[in-house]
Design a protein around this ligand. Structure first.
Ligand SMILES: [Zn+2]
Length: 189
């Protein structure tokens, strides 16, 4: 989903783990969520159906503009419609609110990921043959490349840098849809 905030900020919801997106569950569904967890703990036949149910319970997305703090909530009756809320204090619009309401429960300690994709033949949906996507608490621009050497060199530079700062928990490099490199903090503990 792509949309524009009233302040001009452009939302792109095309990757995972966005620092300005959350999912909400209705309090009326909370008990059912725990029923699902209980079912998963017991011997069961169909994990897939249970996971699907959990996904449904958390179906509504919420976004907060990192630039002005306005909040957008999907209308459950028409999910392509977003309802906008302006942060107010005593009824007056309050521009100085916390604009990171939707970051992880780990707060600034949340560790992100680094993805990179290279295609020898540029697919239609890409503007470039190589892309590096850092997914972090702080927003970094994606990096685009058209020659493999600079793409690969930059990937390992960014990787070493973010790993050194303890900002990522895993990194993946795909070349022509095949896994060329994978690092995970868990495997290296
Ligand atoms: Zn905004």
């Amino acid at each position: 989903m792509h949309f524009l905030c009233k302040c001009g900020y452009r939302f792109h919801d095309s990757t995972d783990c966005l620092s300005y997106k959350g999912r909400i569950i209705a309090d009326q569904d909370w008990n059912e969520f725990w029923d699902c967890i209980e079912e998963l703990e017991k011997p069961h036949e169909n994990s897939h159906a249970i996971y699907e149910r959990i996904d449904d319970l958390f179906q509504l997305n919420l976004y907060q503009c990192p630039s002005c703090g306005r909040v957008f909530l999907e209308n459950p009756e028409n999910r392509s419609q977003l309802i906008r809320f302006t942060p107010c204090l005593e009824g007056e619009p309050e521009p100085d609110v916390n604009k990171r309401l939707l970051i992880s429960s780990y707060g600034e300690k949340w560790k992100g990921h680094l993805y990179a994709d290279w295609y020898d033949n540029k697919p239609e949906w890409c503007d470039n043959r190589g892309m590096i996507y850092p997914i972090l608490n702080i927003q970094l621009d994606d990096l685009a490349f058209d020659d493999y050497e600079s793409f690969e060199k930059r990937f390992y530079e960014v990787f070493e840098h973010l790993k050194g700062l303890h900002l990522i928990s895993y990194a993946i490099l795909n070349v022509n849809q095949k896994r060329a490199f994978r690092w995970s903090e868990k495997d290296n503990e």
